[in-house]
Design a protein around this ligand. Sequence first.
Ligand SMILES: Cc1ncc(C[n+]2csc(CCOP(=O)(O)OP(=O)(O)O)c2C)c(N)n1
Ligand SMILES: [Mg+2]
Length: 791
Amino acid sequence: MDPSQARLDQIDASFRAANYIGAAQLYLRDNALLRSPLKPENIKARLLGHWGTQPGLNLIYAHLNRLIQDTAASVLLVVGPGHGAPAILADLYLEGTLSEFYPRYSQDAAGLSNLVHDFSWPGGLPSHLTALTPGALHEGGELGYSLLHAYGAAFDNPDLIVACIVGDGEAETGPLAASWHSNKFLNASTDGAVLPILHLNGYKLSGPSIFARMSDQELRDIFAGYGYHVRFVAGDDPRRVHAEMWPTLDWAYHEIRFLQGDARRGEFRPRPTWPMIILKTPKGWTGPKSLDGKPVEGTFHSHQVPIMDPATNPAHLKLVEKWLRSYRPEELFDPSGKPAHQATAICPKAGKRMGANLHANGGALLQDLRMPDYAQYAVAVPAPGAVKAENTRILGNLLRDVFRDNQAAGNFRLFCPDETTSNRLEAVYGTTSRAFEWPLIPTDEFLSRDGRVMEILSEHCCQGWLEGYLLSGRHGIFACYEAFIAIIDSMVQQYAKWSKMAREVPWRKPVASLNYLLTSHVWQQDHNGYSHQGPGFINTLLTRKREVTRIYLPPDANCLLSITDHCLRSRNYINLIVASKSPMPQWLDMPAAKEHCSQGVSIWSWAGNDVGEPDVVLASAGDVPTQEMMAAAWLLRQEVPDLRVRVVNVVDLFTLQSHNDHPHGLDEEQFCRIFTDDAPVVFAFHGYPGVIHELIHHRPRSGRFHVRGYIEEGTTTTPFDMTVLNELSRYHLAMEALRRAPRMRSVGGDVIQKFELKLKEHRAWIQSHDEDMPEILNWKWSVQQSAGKAN
Ligand SMILES: Cc1ncc(C[n+]2csc(CCOP(=O)(O)OP(=O)(O)O)c2C)c(N)n1
Ligand SMILES: [Mg+2]
């Protein structure tokens, strides 16, 4: 549609109104409509927030509104510079959604006054976009993830266009730099579209952006290489920029529809080139040009609050007033304080407003996953330890059928940095494949346009896509090498913050949980060694809000099935599952596994010999530690039959914490029923020992817990040697039990000496044979019992 002057004027009025409301939020505690001269007492005591990015955001918002009016498209907006919250709040206010979600911000003088006052006020509106913001699924506090969230929301949403504003500073971050490649995974037929708008306002916080110093040709070239067709909109005269932005957005929209139309008729392009806009407007555009002779507009000096002392400097107060009045507020609000028709006429109506887009409140659209009965994938366990299995390979069968059963709904994806096969989950390729939209060649395996496995060698991309996918109302799981999940450590911290806040926002509906399957874990790195050993993600989740995180360490395949089923059905959690991919002894049959997992921790009475009071409790969490602890129990039964041991297995780590500190924590009575009141506990743990000490800190006599875990020893060596190096081997555990059990102090010495000799023998053996001793390799749990029953 050709730009009409009347609607260009409406766009400009909306742009001015939003700039006014945005700037007013930074400064004014009252006198929001400037109906009297600005006085020092109208100025907030603490001047917080960011101005520089705001005008660009407002320009884009107004023009997207026009596009929606003309096309009725469903547009979700992702705002990379989340520090521009006052701008977006102003736009939401003008379109009316802010008032609908928060009646305190009604479209009248009182509502506007509240909005302007509340921004950055204690208990008021935060300085960034948050879960409180209607229409938002992206915070933009920690920069770098906007484009990933945008693509995550677009996958499997064929009718959605996600407009994504990327700051030119944000674009320098690693995750953002990697995320341009997301278009190689976007199916033009079955997915929606993403329209990146790179906002070249020239500056970051205190320096120039790299992209802003590149020539147009260099920018065109780099983005053409990424598969984008760039058009520029540039200028510092709002009227001219409006006149350019309108047809450029129309062009982008038609390019999107053109690509989609072809694909939806079955005519896929081998290399679809998606549109992208580079918007070049000055940072702090329309704000104060200079301050005390120093340029402000068009420089990084406009990044935050450009004039900091208007309450005490009368000349600066005048400058602020002049700036605010330059938007002509008397034209933008009617006498009642309601935004004037001219300023809101460009806003779409009802559900078409970006603040009302339901995809930003994904829980409102969420459908349950159809879950096959996981018991049908059970490993038959005729007796504890009688068979071995690769735990993740068994899980692959369940995931394969989750894909099968949810194919029609198209709401489940697996995200993985190029390791689905290595993680032994390749059964999933029985019902789906890996997504890839660019050219395929005959030697490719498990690769197709409609694959639902998202493989890119970027943990950042996997995490960001999954977050966007979940927050827009779908389900997923992220399978990753344990050591390298730390790459996204701060991303998950940010996600946990969003999740915590979202729970406190009544209109946000629960979304599917963020599920991690960490495998190729610390104890099985004989192939890769030290660099691949890092169980620290447990620590990361340990310190997040207790409402949000869950940590599971299933000891075998049947427990892994049960736990994964639970996690995939759950809502609003961050679930961490750590599981082995190597052949491991299987302990519990399916009924016992179900029971054990539902309790989270239980006594494996079939593995111990305590009748009543044990001398020592042998506890473990994690599959390899459990194997070593079972072997330790076995050794002790052979060598010291008189010693009464109780074997305990922990699958849900938070059961250890006090129930006052975590909802999964056992109450004190349950805890003492399992761990006794005062017996020493030797604990074999998957991760860093300090984790267990932290969890049991409030438990009675916590000093009786003696934890063995990963102590940062590693190299390329045999699997058993990994446990030896970290003093978690069966011999170390058995010796610890003998040292700790009071009755054994006088009699355990000989056995301890024997185990120490075994460790020496082990060292010599692996040096000359390059593999573990036969008694380790061939060890099997052998107390003749039926398959384990948890109790
Ligand atoms: C990962 C990360 N590093 C640093 C910061 C601190 N920071 C906040 S805003 C900003 C500059 C952002 O520049 P740009 O993306 O160009 O946004 P705009 O110019 O639109 O404000 C920086 C460095 C951050 N928020 N996130
Ligand atoms: Mg910038």
